[in-house]
Design a binder for this molecule. Structure first.
Ligand SMILES: [Zn+2]
Length: 151
């Protein structure tokens, strides 16, 4: 049975159900750690959690704690959304972030970056937003507080 959410203001319908594959990932988010899987055969990392390496198909996966830093691969600006709480947040950024751990890519919000300031190549750092006792959402903030894109 799902535990009650703390008073985060996050609607329960947005809180992911923790699957067996993702238990370690979400436990890490609650501790403020970005846990990703690394393939013991090809050495590549990946996210979301899976039972097979998406790079080579190996079953030999291990969990590592990422350093939390990444680079914006691409992004989009969501300018309209009909469902709360996103409706109130628009316009907002959703980005693909390549972690420093090769092979791992996140889809996440950049809640503290203005749409006009977003850049491909921008260095970002993971932050954790509690959603329930079992889950925290991963967002990314500029790694450099000035938000200046990497050269
Ligand atoms: Zn592999």
């Amino acid at each position: 049975m799902r535990k009650e959410s703390p008073d985060t203001g996050i609607p329960k319908y947005l809180i992911p159900r923790v699957t067996p594959e993702a238990t370690e990932f979400f436990a890490g988010t609650v501790r403020g750690e970005l846990r990703v899987q690394r393939c013991a055969d090809c050495g590549q990392h990946h996210h979301y959690p899976r039972v097979l390496c998406p790079h080579c198909g190996s079953e030999h996966l291990e969990w590592v704690t990422a350093n939390g830093l990444g680079t914006v691969h691409s992004f989009t600006v969501i300018r309209q959304h009909g469902i709360p709480p996103f409706k109130e947040q628009a316009p907002y950024l959703v980005a693909l972030v390549d972690l420093d751990e090769a092979g791992a890519r996140f889809l996440a919000q950049l809640p503290n970056v203005a749409p006009e300031d977003a850049r491909i190549g921008m260095r970002v750092r993971a932050t954790f937003r509690p959603a329930s006792d079992e889950v925290a959402f991963v967002d990314f903030d500029p790694a450099d507080p000035s938000g200046v894109a990497a050269p």
